[in-house]
Structures are given as structure tokens and as C-alpha cells.
Design a protein around this ligand. Structure first.
Ligand SMILES: [Zn+2]
Length: 378
């Protein structure tokens, strides 16, 4: 799988498995709750000691977790509120089945998902999500889980640009009081570069791409899909687009005709306007080669993730006392950092001299600290 461009800022590219879409029987709460209990026990047994289960019976989510209970609290709240938010926006029906969310240790995750730098995946056939991220990748994969259920309930199978466009759109959002506000993300720079060099596919081509074609040009296709969704979102056309697409599905599986219908102009015109719009967007920060941000910590990889083992002498981190030895760093500015290379990449995707939010586990609690990033010394 082509996932190595993660380091370039495309944080949450997942392993997309081919969905087997089938219409679920009408949700009946009692059997679902019983199934959830059995499911929790089975998955817990598979994972062994150290895994706890928690069931969100109202939302049909089964959690099986090796992380600290406080971290699990954080995840259940995040996904619960996100699911509620999506019920008001794109996916109105409740999950017709139980979705299992597994939060493994980093080592267990690496064992079960070998040869991958992605920090999460959703497997539609099993309706199971595994993630070592508590932020963007988790939201990305959970969007796949919600979208998969919505497609199944409509007996539809949406193209990869819609599937990944929605997942990448919502992964980078400011989250306050259960509301998501979608923002630009670092993948914008790669898209702008591709557009300038005329290396991005046309909208018409992107809409008809199958998964192999999409993955063959993943570094451009992911952000292109995201920024079409962002374009719709900014014009408050995302919901009308999705609803119209579902209604017209039989006649327009690629979504190209729906784009033209919802935006009220031919696809070629939309394509030209969209390109110009994308090029005017301000990217969050493009890392340069000479000056890069650094955190000033010594890292140690543990079962939980990357731990602060110490500080670089005289670094801002050492003097500031914001980060502490023993902190396990989960995310930097919304980018999940399950491994040391992920952490380095996430830091280098930020502008030196800015203050970033760092999500850490400290004393069993998830804490968000604000840390100034220094520029690397020449
Ligand atoms: Zn995905």
C-alpha cells in the first residue's frame, strides 16, 4: 500500500478494504445489545489480558481497549459526539449494526497490521475499526464506518473519491462543543503543487476512478477529493450534494452529474473554478528544507506510543517545562504520532516559532499542552 507519503502531511490515509455492502435488517435494539455483549467478549478474548470492553448501546459501538480508562473516556466521547453530529448532517440513520472500535497497544497494532505506516484502519467486512490514533486518523476511519453503514442502508456503493473525500474532510476539523468546523490541512500544499504543474486529474477523471487507479496516484487523489468536499462544504452544498447523489444514484454512480446539478453549471466550468479556488487557499505551513521546526525532546518508543525520555539541552522544551519526562505524545497539532518518525514528521509539518497543541497521556489522563516549536539550528 502506498502510505509512505504520510510523512508529507497526508495524515490519515487508511487501508481501504473493499466493502461488502448488504442491507441490514431493521435495527432491533434488544438483539443488537445482546450481540454487542457477545462481540465485546469475543474480541476481548482474542486480544487477551489487558483489554477492557465498553459498550455504547445507544449508538451501537463496542469498544475493546488496551489504553488507559481516561483515554478510553476521551475516545468514547469523541466518537459519540461525532456520530451524533453526523446524524444531523450527512448520515441521518443510526448504525444498523454494531461497530467494533479496537484501541490496541502500539505493539499489538503493529503485529496485526504489518508493513503499514497508517495508524488506523476500518474493515467493512468485519465492521471493525482499529486505531492507535485518538485524533485525525480515528475520525477518518470512523467516518468510513458511518459512511459504510449509510451506503448499506441505501443498498449503494459509493466511489472512492466520495468515500475518501468525506473521510479526509472531517479528519481535520476543530472540535468544540460537539461541533466540527473543517479546516485546511497540510495536504493542500501537495494538491496546489500538482495543480500548478497540471499533474492533478480532471474532476471528470477523478469521479470515475476505481480504487487501484486512485491509489496509484494517492498523493494527489486524496487531497483532490478532500478539497472538492471542502469546496462543497464551504458553499454549504455538502449536504445537498450527498442527498442528491444518493437520490440519483441509479443514474449517476460516479457523482459527476450530481456535482453539475448541485452547483448549477457544467463539470468543466466547476473544474476550472474549483482549481482557481484551491490555488487561492492559504496552506497551514509548507516545511522548507533549511529551516524546520523541532520539539527538543528525546524520544523513546513504548507500547503506548512515543514517550518523552528527556530533553535536548537548552531547548525551549527543556526550559519551558510544558512537556514532562514520561509524557506519551499522541498527536501534534491534530496529527497522530504513534511512532517516532510520525512525531518528527508532524513537528516538521508545523511552522518553526509557532505554538502548537500537543496531546499527551500524563499520569493516565489525556492532557493538551501548548508548546513552542524552535527552528533547527543550522
Ligand atoms: Zn480512508
Amino acid at each position: 500500500m502506498r502510505l509512505n507519503f504520510l510523512a508529507r502531511g497526508l495524515a490519515a490515509v487508511c487501508l481501504i478494504a473493499v466493502a461488502t455492502v448488504s442491507t441490514a435488517a431493521a435495527a432491533d435494539e434488544a438483539p443488537l445489545a445482546a450481540e454487542a455483549k457477545a462481540l465485546a467478549e469475543t474480541v476481548q478474548k482474542q486480544h487477551g489480558a489487558g483489554y477492557a470492553t465498553r459498550i455504547d448501546t445507544a449508538r451501537h459501538i463496542v469498544y475493546v481497549s488496551a489504553v488507559d480508562p481516561r483515554a478510553l473516556d476521551y475516545v468514547t466521547k469523541l466518537l459519540g459526539e461525532y456520530a451524533d453530529h453526523q446524524r444531523e448532517t450527512l448520515f441521518p440513520l443510526p448504525l444498523p449494526w454494531n461497530v467494533t472500535v479496537i484501541l490496541p497497544t502500539v505493539n499489538d497494532y503493529r503485529k496485526s497490521v504489518p508493513a503499514s505506516s497508517a495508524s488506523g484502519r476500518y474493515r467493512p467486512a468485519l465492521r471493525t475499526l482499529e486505531s492507535i490514533s485518538f485524533s485525525d486518523v480515528l475520525v477518518h476511519e470512523f467516518t468510513h464506518a458511518l459512511h459504510h453503514a449509510d451506503q448499506a442502508q441505501a443498498s449503494q456503493r459509493h466511489p472512492v473519491w466520495i468515500t475518501e473525500g468525506l473521510a479526509t474532510l472531517f479528519q481535520r476539523a476543530a472540535w468544540k462543543d460537539g461541533r466540527f468546523k473543517v479546516n485546511v490541512d497540510p495536504s493542500l500544499s501537495a494538491l496546489q503543487e500538482a495543480l500548478r504543474k497540471e499533474k492533478a486529474p480532471s474532476l471528470a477523471r477523478l469521479c470515475e476512478m476505481d480504487q487501484p487507479a486512485f491509489l496509484a496516484d494517492a498523493a494527489v487523489c486524496y487531497p483532490a477529493s478532500r478539497y472538492i468536499m471542502f469546496y462543497l462544504y464551504k458553499q454549504e452544498k455538502l449536504k445537498p450534494f450527498y442527498e442528491t447523489y444518493k437520490a440519483d444514484y441509479a443514474a449517476d454512480r460516479t457523482g459527476a452529474a450530481t456535482l453539475a446539478k448541485v452547483l448549477g453549471k457544467p463539470l468543466g466550468e466547476i473544474d476550472a473554478e474549483w482549481r482557481a479556488w484551491v490555488l487561492k487557499l492559504e496552506p497551514p505551513w509548507t516545511p522548507a528544507h533549511r529551516v524546520q521546526a523541532h520539539l527538543g525532546v528525546k524520544m523513546r518508543t513504548t507500547d503506548e506510543g512515543v514517550e518523552v525520555a528527556g530533553f535536548v539541552r537548552n531547548s525551549v522544551a527543556e526550559r519551558g517545562g510544558v512537556l514532562r519526562v514520561g509524557d506519551v505524545i499522541l498527536a501534534v497539532d491534530g496529527q497522530a504520532t504513534p511512532t517516532a518518525p510520525d512525531l518528527t514528521a508532524a513537528v516538521q509539518a508545523c511552522k518553526p516559532g509557532t505554538t502548537v497543541e500537543i496531546e499527551v497521556v500524563r499520569g493516565g489522563e489525556i492532557v493538551v499542552v501548548k508548546q513552542l516549536l524552535e527552528a533547527t539550528r543550522p
